[in-house]
Design a protein around this ligand. Structure first.
Ligand code: NAD
Ligand code: ZN
Length: 379
């Protein structure tokens, strides 16, 4: 997991298996995968016909390259281009997407290619799971967040007026192509937001990976492809292991929510407008989860400080006070109570006994959380 990175390896294709019985698949990680997509995808196809779903920003950057490679492999294709942004992940665009798939005379043997970030992956994956009662799909994630998180694990869905990701399905792709080169065009802020999820895997159960990130994280963010490839592979393997053990989040999969209870509360207050990106909320949330663990005497306070130091060093926010809006501790705790993961009025918190030693706890008292938040906001 840790150790050095072989610089010549950036263009080798790494393979991360996701073991889910009959629904097992591979995540391919490497450079130039979009340019080679046709030959990589061809073995998965029943009909030599695919429907590409993308957003306008990603389409402008990568659609031509993808189409070219499909044509070279003799695969017929059509594409549907949706507007970029979180607002696209809604019922209206789901309806539009399903209608356009049917207008394109999609068949059970067709394949959907989701080319884009988590918004396109979640929406196209959900549409694939319901159109004609299920068409196979392949993820081609183009954001760091999508490569290390949303394209792995089979959660698909849309947002509704009641909240995020409340309508959806578990639906696994046939293949994931994580093209490291695509990250070159990603705005730095989006890259950093995805990086928070990378750090999360180290904090959950891989202290050596966290140490590796302390050394190589800055290079990765500055464009080092070999470091990016290593981090994406390690993250995908970490998520794949958790998902293989607990696909439908009966228990252990909830560890992946480290930092998310705090993060979701901050996001809900900010209103999903781009004021606070999901990964930024998660970065703050992970620091708060470690501070809470330290406050409860479970983790060394030095570990909480180390988490904050690393996230802050790459440019991620580490405190709710950094967002520059007057959050209110009681309101944030109120949002936590609304979380869909509340069971019998009890929140499941992800706490830690130290870096790389996260665990689930249902014993956290919300007044303690409120006190911690109030302190962080006053600082
Ligand atoms: N299914 C899951 O398990 C899961 C897990 C985590 C997050 N998510 C979901 O993922 C979504 C967030 O994903 P995201 O952060 O990828 O957002 P996104 O899909 O909105 O992409 C972020 C922005 O980057 C642009 N973009 C994408 N790739 C680019 C590239 N290579 N170069 C330049 N610009 C590019 C997009 O057009 C968009 O404007 C949320 O809806 C979240 O709920 C799902
Ligand atoms: Zn997340």
């Amino acid at each position: 997991m840790s150790g050095g990175v072989n610089p010549s390896s950036a263009h080798d294709v790494g393979r991360v298996p996701v073991e889910l019985g009959r629904r097992s698949y591979e995540i391919l990680v490497g450079g130039g995968l979009i340019a080679r997509a046709g030959s990589l995808i061809a073995p998965q196809l029943k009909d030599r016909r695919v429907l590409i779903v993308t957003d306008a920003t990603v389409g402008r950057l990568y659609l031509e390259e993808l189409v070219h490679s499909l044509e070279a492999a003799g695969i017929r294709q059509e594409s549907i281009v949706l507007p970029p942004g979180e607002a696209t992940k809604d019922f209206r665009h789901l309806e539009e997407l399903c209608s356009r798939m049917l207008q394109a005379r999609i068949e059970r043997g067709s394949m959907i290619l989701a080319l884009g970030g988590g918004v396109i992956g979640d929406l196209a994956g959900f549409a694939a799971s319901i159109v004609l009662r299920g068409i196979e799909f392949i993820q081609i994630p183009t954001t760091l967040l999508a490569q290390v998180d949303s394209s792995v694990g089979g959660k698909t869905g849309i947002n509704t007026g009641q909240g995020k990701n409340l309508v959806g399905s578990f639906y696994q792709p046939r293949l994931v192509l994580a093209d490291i080169d695509a990250l070159d065009s990603l705005p730095r802020r989006e890259l950093l937001a995805g990086y928070a999820e990378v750090v999360k895997y180290g904090l959950i159960n891989d202290p050596a990976f966290f140490t590796w990130l302390e050394t190589h994280g800055a290079d990765l963010i500055d464009g080092d492809h070999a470091a990016r490839r290593h981090a994406v592979m390690t993250s995908c393997a970490a998520k794949a292991a958790v998902v293989a053990a607990d696909e439908r989040e009966a228990d252990q999969r909830a560890l992946l929510n480290l930092g998310h209870t705090f993060g979701h509360a901050l996001e809900a207050e900010c209103g999903y407008t781009g004021e606070l990106l999901h990964g930024e909320g998660v970065a703050i949330g992970m620091v708060m989860a470690f501070e809470l663990s330290a406050m409860l005497g479970l983790a060394p306070s030095e570990d909480a400080a180390r988490v904050a130091r690393h996230l802050g060093s790459v440019g991620l926010p580490t405190s709710p006070a950094a967002i520059g809006r007057g959050f209110d501790a009681a309101r944030l705790v109120h949002h936590m109570r609304q979380d869909k993961k509340v069971k019998d009025g009890h929140l499941t918190f992800v706490l830690a006994r130290g870096i790389g030693h996260a665990f689930l706890s249902r014993d956290v008292e919300l007044p303690q959380v409120e006190a911690l938040l109030a302190r962080a906001l006053a600082a």
